[in-house]
Write a protein that binds this ligand. Structure first.
Ligand SMILES: [Zn+2]
Length: 485
């Protein structure tokens, strides 16, 4: 017997332990789906799959419970597969090696997949228990949440039948989530020609690193530095004075991460090299001063590199730098309904240079659809004015908080009576599947809660054991209260 399934409540941890053994990276949910179908058969429960690959398992109300009002419990089947560089783990084949580490559950060298394996385990435990009080239940398991919300996008009418949904995919015990932001991506690109690097020019690489970065939703209000913006400022502010010609300018990586690194290869007249190096060092001090609290470890280095033969035409360089300079980044507005909640934000995320094309990646979020459209157009117009081409993609809707929600009242009441303290009720400035569920089922009344998970999506992912027990007790109590409501 491994350590995890010795924990209490047994039924929950036993299923979690079984789920860890089933490979389930996004896009490869067939094993976990088959496992859940086998489970439904053993438990003599009705189940159904849809063409997208989602699964629902249904359980009748506890005997003697007369309510017709049912409830949907929901998790996602996939997990993020991230591992340490020394690990040879194969996420398509190998079981996750979970272990108890003090008050946490961790995995050896990989993501744990408590996001959202603990949600699945809780659903299985509810379905298998014969001592809980609840109305009729549907347990919904979606696919590919982590890589584009595919299951939620594909959810069709008549797959689920109840008006109340508990989303078991959030990561802060003690908090109830009652809304989330929608989002969309905006890419812009300049196609460019080059000309030979002027004679007598020297080539230099400018490199910025050591920024904290973070998630473009959860961390966007923290005022952290953006590496692309810093390097843009230097190239623009000192460009004319030092005769800077850009050969290449790149930075950032993922559209949902604040960029932590940027690099430019430039050419400057030979007699300006020393001045460039000293200005870059002085600019480093200016930036260190501006970001001394949020990003104390910013590094900026310049060094000579192999002479580049071509540089980007002056006109394109100017339009590129001006548009990057003008492009908004960070919080655009705060919620007027909920204090301290970001309503609308945008992330200047990435910049790549390839095949005579400079591609700029940005992403926008808002809890209001109208404001999402506004910021998306604002960013788009910044680049259109500079003569770039643009494309919008990846749009998904938000979930607007409902102050009169019955399930939020029930859940908050259950929390208060179990733990003698009020839960924090808030919306998150990031995506949840709930926003998409509303597209198909506009009358759903929803709340999202979960145990405490730290370091999600990284090999540092860990699940807090104590908070998981509270999560389970809360779930059981909410089911009971809803059955008699
Ligand atoms: Zn998740």
């Amino acid at each position: 017997m491994s350590e995890i399934n010795k924990l209490n409540p047994r039924i929950l941890w036993t299923y979690f332990d079984q789920i860890l053994k089933i490979p389930r990276p996004s896009g490869h949910e067939e094993n976990i789906r088959n496992f859940l179908i086998e489970f439904a058969k053993q438990q003599h429960l009705e189940y159904q799959t849809d063409p997208t690959g989602n699964l629902v398992i249904r359980k009748p109300a506890t005997k003697g419970i007369s309510t017709k009002k049912g409830m949907v419990l929901q998790s996602h089947m996939d997990m993020v597969g991230e591992k340490n560089s020394r690990s040879s783990h194969d996420f398509l084949k190998d079981p996750i090696q979970g272990y108890v580490d003090g008050t946490w559950i961790r995995a050896r060298d990989t993501t744990l997949g408590a996001d959202d394996g603990i949600g699945i385990a809780a659903q299985m435990a509810v379905l298998a228990s014969d001592d809980l009080v609840h109305g009729p239940l549907e347990c919904l398991f979606t696919i590919e949440e982590e890589t584009g919300l595919k299951g939620a996008f594909g959810l069709q009418k008549d797959f689920i039948h109840y008006q109340t949904l508990l989303n078991l995919d959030s990561e802060d015990e003690g908090e109830l989530f009652i809304g989330c932001a929608g989002g969309s991506d905006l890419s812009a690109w300049f196609e460019y020609d080059t000309e030979p690097t002027p004679l007598d020019h020297k080539s230099i690489q400018l490199h910025i690193s050591g920024l904290i970065g973070g998630h473009s939703g959860d961390d966007i209000h923290k005022g952290r530095a953006n590496s692309i913006i810093i390097l843009t400022r230097f190239l623009y502010d000192y460009g004319d004075k030092l005769g800077i010609r850009v050969h290449k300018f790149e930075g950032g990586n993922l559209r949902n991460a604040i960029p932590r690194e940027a690099r430019a290869i430039i050419a400057v007249p030979g007699e300006k090299v020393e001045s460039l190096i000293s200005h870059f060092a002085a600019f480093h001090q200016i930036i260190r001063n501006e970001y001394q609290r949020t990003d104390p470890g910013i590094e900026m280095h310049s060094r000579s590199v192999e002479p580049v033969k071509q540089v980007i035409l002056r006109d394109i360089q100017k339009r590129l730098l001006m548009s990057l300079y003008a492009c908004p980044h960070g919080v655009i507005s705060w919620s007027q309904q909920m204090p301290d909640m970001v309503e609308t934000s945008t992330n200047l995320a990435s910049l790549t240079c390839k095949d005579h094309k400079i591609l700029i990646g940005t992403s926008q979020r808002s809890s209001l659809d109208s404001a999402k459209s506004y910021i998306s157009h604002k960013v788009e117009n910044t680049f259109l004015l500079a003569g770039a081409k643009t494309k919008r993609s990846g749009s998904y809707p938000g979930w607007e908080p409902n102050p009169d929600s019955e399930i939020v009242k029930i859940t908050a009441g259950a929390y208060q009576s179990l733990f003698s303290t009020q839960p924090v009720i808030r919306a998150i400035h990031a995506g949840l599947e709930c926003g998409l569920f509303l597209e198909t089922y506009p009358d759903l009344d929803m709340v999202s809660f979960g145990p405490t998970i730290k370091g999600a999506h990284s090999p540092d992912e860990r699940l807090d054991i104590e908070s998981t027990i509270k999560f389970w007790n809360l779930l059981v109590e909410v089911l009971k209260r809803s059955a008699s409501y």
